[in-house]
Design a protein around this ligand. Structure first.
Ligand SMILES: [Zn+2]
Length: 451
């Protein structure tokens, strides 16, 4: 008996070793570089390389005279660097082996796991020990749902749809049943941005903690709907196969044309509002492939259906990504601003200032197209343009994209030690933002009553 148990342990360890080796090995020799575009032609060239040479741009910002970080596939790297130089673009190599960078982050995470595992004993706090897998997230949600006072109906747990690989997109509602105003939050649209789902889980745990402690002032006003993982297929693939995976796992007509081996649609380019007008690609191999047509993806449609079909009035929609430390609002598809941009800007300022007070983390505020670059098909533009939600924000979490920031090099690979500080400050920032919605509404009704 003991012998067979040991055999099983040894076999499992080997499988784990081989899987880790295969996973990390993929990025061996990938270079991470920084380039500085100085003209519009340079910007176009970068987009061209993204579309045709497997260049993976990490920086959300793409404007003249701002550093752009990207990874170059091992085989293509010499050719791409040569072409950059030929066009007068400076290239600085930041890391010559992406695999080692991933390993560095994993090593820090491993130490964190050992430290925190001893302190956390139940599923409800498992999100603090590491980036949970999809099934662990489902268990976590069920446990959190059980944790809330059942008779008072403060939470509900349901799926808003399923993915290509048939995973449910779980959503939790937290709030007093009598609350009439509604907030929608999602995380994990982009697979590799692991700090995003972990931040949603952190907020779920804290909100339910407040219910249990009787601190329900916010939750008497708002029902907060949180979708912690909108792209579970991509996330699982990033967890097990390719750490830098961004898109979903759409097969892109593979069965009809096995030559087309490029998988995945960038969900944040697939939403049908000014679709494909800017900053998206028609090439299925590109990281920003917008899909065969607008709203083609089950994840996109599930979110849209949920926003549109319910009779709820949505006060705000917040979607969490990483990285860069930006609190941005529409529009992304073009440089012009929505009519109410001053209000959007004011509320973003309140949220980001509350966030800053926790750990001193600084966020930049502005419209997506102005602060980053023009890109159409984002969930934020759709939520405002079609969903008619007033306060819509994309929040790009830590680290900063400022090269001088000591953690900037981690980019999408923020070690698990960051789960708690990022969750903590973001939760405070979101609460500050939500409180400001209550005040502005009551001030409006006061002034209406007065005159
Ligand atoms: Zn993203």
């Amino acid at each position: 008996m003991m012998q067979s148990v040991w055999r099983l342990i040894i076999i499992n360890s080997w499988i784990l070793f081989l899987y880790c080796y295969a996973n990390n090995h993929f990025y061996k020799g990938y270079e991470v570089v920084r380039v500085l575009p100085k003209t519009n032609e340079h910007l176009q060239l970068i987009r061209h390389f993204e579309d045709n040479y497997g260049v993976d741009r990490w920086s959300e910002v793409l404007t003249i005279n701002r550093d752009v970080k990207m990874s170059l596939p091992r085989k293509q790297a010499p050719k791409i660097k040569k072409l950059f130089k030929q066009h007068g673009i400076d290239v600085k190599i930041l890391h010559n082996d992406l695999e080692k960078l991933i390993q560095k982050s994993d090593d820090i995470s491993k130490q964190h796991k050992i430290r925190t595992k001893r302190l956390t004993v139940n599923i409800a706090s498992s999100h603090l020990t590491g980036y949970l897998r999809y099934q662990e997230i489902v268990e976590f949600l069920k446990e959190q749902h059980r944790r809330s006072p059942p008779l008072r109906n403060f939470t509900s747990l349901f799926s808003i749809g399923s993915t290509h690989e048939n995973r449910s997109i779980w959503t939790i509602r937290i709030g007093k049943p009598s609350a009439r105003r509604n907030i929608l939050i999602d995380c994990g649209i982009h697979a590799r941005e692991f700090i995003s789902p972990s931040t949603c889980l952190y907020m779920i745990d804290k909100l339910i903690g407040e219910v249990n402690n009787g601190r329900v002032s916010l939750l008497s006003v708002f029902n907060i709907y949180i979708i912690p993982l909108l792209n579970p297929d991509g996330y699982e693939y990033a967890q097990t196969e390719r750490r830098m995976w961004r898109k979903n796992r759409a097969l892109n007509g593979y069965y009809h044309n096995p030559d087309s081996k490029c998988i995945g649609v960038d969900l944040n380019r697939n939403f049908g509002y000014h679709w494909m007008e800017n900053g998206a690609s028609t090439n299925p191999c590109s990281e920003t492939y917008a899909g065969p047509h607008q709203d083609s993806e089950p994840e996109t449609r599930s979110l849209q259906r949920f926003i549109k079909q319910s009779s709820r009035h949505w006060d705000a929609y917040l979607t969490f990504h990483s990285y860069g430390q930006y609190w941005i609002y529409p529009w992304g598809f073009a440089l012009h601003m929505p009519d109410d941009y001053i209000e959007l800007n004011n509320k973003a300022t309140i949220g980001s200032e509350a966030l800053k007070r926790v750990n001193g983390t600084l966020y930049k505020i502005g419209s997506a197209a102005n602060l980053l670059y023009e890109s159409a098909g984002g969930s934020d533009d759709w939520a405002k343009g079609v969903g008619q939600i007033k306060y819509v924000y994309t929040v790009e979490l830590r680290p900063s994209d400022d090269m001088n920031d000591e953690h900037a090099h981690f980019a999408f690979m923020l070690p698990e030690t960051f789960i708690e500080p990022v969750g903590q400050e973001t939760y405070v920032g979101v609460k500050g933002f939500l409180r400001s919605l209550i005040t502005s509404r009551s001030q409006k009704s006061l002034s209406k009553n007065k005159y």
